[in-house]
Design a protein around this ligand. Structure first.
Ligand SMILES: [Zn+2]
Length: 317
């Protein structure tokens, strides 16, 4: 029998972190059932990976089907992946059969090693598969540096199943649409749409209450993608960062990107540098401070990255 709870509280126990076993820590992970059989594990962290959060800064989702479990993203380390596995085991005794890597940023796939095993497929777009294959070791190092070693020597598990722009699969009686949305938040982004329950697993294409990271983005294409996703009319949206939300978070992300682009474009047309545009962005986008607790910390970097993209666009890029 499959255990289902409206809000399953499964705290992953003490986990050993780090190759040298330097630290033991607890990730207070809980499964939150957002629709029948669909569970989000939401981190309270609204930041990049740090020694304090030990890399647990991104959300994941698992879907219980008749034939096994679909795990959507795996966190920033093998230890985090192991914690997520425990949360799944607290809800169902069915095995994890499919693992999705939404994109190639390390906070979404470095936990793959905890799920690897016979009969488990790792699913991603071709672009993401290639980045993990080529730059995977670099992502492991980068996250270990960011967290003072807390994310350890996570294994690089390269996806073995590549999905295209739009693929519908029946997984254990649950319809899942894998939608490759191109470089929106980052190269090779993919979201998963569960049309029967109208739940969108959006990963970092949608942020609910953290400032969207644009350093690897194509902001203009991202805005188009958000229009497409809004047209799906989802009832529930699980973002890669922030609380579970609905279509409002799609609109909020789009509004932020549109207004950021607008102010930066205007400033650049007036011959200003990104440094000169920043105070104006702080003022004209001040209302986002309420929604994004990291606004003051991260808006400067967002303006610099947006500036480069506006510049490229001006040259037809
Ligand atoms: Zn992320």
């Amino acid at each position: 029998m499959q255990a289902r709870h409206a809000l399953s509280r499964c705290v992953a126990g003490m986990l050993l972190i780090g190759a040298a076993g330097i630290a033991a820590a607890e990730f207070p992970m809980q499964a939150q059932e957002v629709a029948p059989g669909i569970h989000a594990v939401v981190t309270p962290v609204r930041d990049f990976p740090t020694p304090e959060n030990r890399g647990w800064n991104s959300n994941t989702v698992f879907v219980v089907t008749n034939a096994g479990v679909l795990q959507f993203d795996t966190g920033s380390s093998r230890a985090i992946g192991a914690g997520l596995r425990e949360v799944v085991a607290g809800v169902t005794d069915r095995p994890v059969r499919w693992v999705v890597n939404s994109h190639a940023h390390g906070d979404h796939w470095l936990g793959n090693g905890a799920f690897a095993g016979e009969g488990v497929d790792f699913i991603a777009t071709q672009v993401v598969r290639d980045i993990i294959a080529n730059d995977g070791a670099e992502w492991v190092r980068r996250f270990a540096n960011l967290t003072d070693g807390a994310t350890g020597e996570s294994a690089v598990v390269v996806p073995n199943v590549v999905v295209g722009e739009h693929e519908r699969r029946d997984l254990g009686g649950v319809a899942v649409e894998f939608i490759g949305v191109g470089r929106s938040h980052s190269p090779g982004d993919m979201v998963a749409w569960l049309p029967e329950s109208r739940v969108l697993l959006a990963a970092d294409v949608v942020y609910s209450d953290r400032l969207p990271a644009v350093f690897d983005a194509d902001i203009r294409h991202w805005i188009e993608t958000l229009n497409r996703l809004e047209a799906l009319e989802p009832l529930v949206v699980v973002p890669g960062h922030g609380e579970v939300s609905d279509v409002a978070s799609i609109r909020l992300t789009r509004e932020f990107l549109e207004r950021l682009w607008g102010v930066v474009e205007e400033g650049q047309a007036d011959g200003k540098t990104d440094f000169e545009i920043l105070p104006e962005v702080r003022e004209r986008l001040a209302d986002f401070r309420e929604r994004y607790p990291d606004f003051d910390r991260n808006i400067g970097a967002a303006v610099s990255h947006a500036y480069l993209q506006v510049e490229r666009a001006a040259f037809g890029g």
